[in-house]
Design a binder for this molecule. Structure first.
Ligand SMILES: *Cc1c(COP(=O)(O)O)cnc(C)c1O
Length: 236
């Protein structure tokens, strides 16, 4: 089987899972967007995805993301590039030059750095507030995502940046907890945000292992890597 055939079959399987999950949740399959997460896979895979009609890809690290986008051509292969990983403030400027959507905005300093970078690059970037879904009793060291209580403050700061457009929320299900329960907390958080900011309609949740639970809880964007592209080598 060629790499194109492998990826096509992965895509078909994932699209079927999305359709089944939408049917089970009484939702339209067109309401859920697929972002294929291409981290660690070569840019030749990204080119194949584009050929197969994928419109959105996600990366989690700078400079890997920048390099691969450039390898697809000056226009990034015509794809929408999502930055889904933890983002250091000192890399925000660089990421603002090429990312179309940043899913991992989780603190005020990052809002300001991204906003500044976008303005400097004369771009407008879609921003999602990443929400931490771990219980309050979890150790807080190094965890990604804003506490649900901080989401509104971060959202308001995003709205104050001309280079950023507030579009919604994002979360990763905590390890070792029932994803369905965690995603229900995201649903509440997203609903509260959308009441204040009606344009914040994106709910980015669901990966290869838990896309069904995410769709049941209202995800509008699922971020899928392995189920489309195959197992990746372990991350360093
Ligand atoms: C890697 C990654 C994904 C995709 O994970 P898979 O298990 O490969 O589907 C989704 N979201 C984020 C933030 C990631 O880092």
């Amino acid at each position: 089987m060629s790499r194109t055939e492998q990826i096509a079959s992965g895509l078909t399987a994932v699209r079927e899972r999305i359709a089944a999950a939408c049917a089970a949740a009484g939702r339209e399959p067109g309401d859920v967007h697929l972002v294929v997460v291409t981290k660690t896979y070569p840019s030749s895979d990204v080119a194949i995805l584009a050929e197969l009609g994928v419109s959105d890809v996600g990366e989690n690290r700078h400079p890997e993301a920048e390099r691969k986008r450039a390898e697809l051509g000056a226009d990034g292969g015509g794809l929408t590039w999502h930055f889904v990983g933890g983002l250091q403030t000192n890399k925000a400027d660089a990421v603002a030059r090429y990312a179309d959507v940043v899913h991992s905005v989780d603190r005020l300093r990052l809002v300001r750095a991204l906003g500044k970078g976008a303005a400097k690059a004369d771009r407008v970037i879609d921003a999602l507030v990443q929400v931490n879904l771990e219980g309050r009793d979890e150790a807080s060291g190094g965890r990604a995502g804003a506490d649900p209580a901080e989401v509104e403050q971060i959202a308001a700061a995003i709205e104050g940046e001309p280079g950023l457009r507030l579009r919604g929320t994002m979360a990763v299900a905590p390890l070792g907890e029932d994803a369905a329960k965690a995603f229900e907390r995201l649903r509440e958080c997203a609903a509260a945000l959308a009441e204040v900011h009606p344009q914040a309609t994106i709910v980015s949740a669901g990966m290869s292992g838990d896309l069904e639970a995410a769709i049941a809880a209202g995800a509008t964007h699922v971020r899928i890597g392995r189920a489309v592209l195959g197992e990746r080598p372990p991350l360093r």
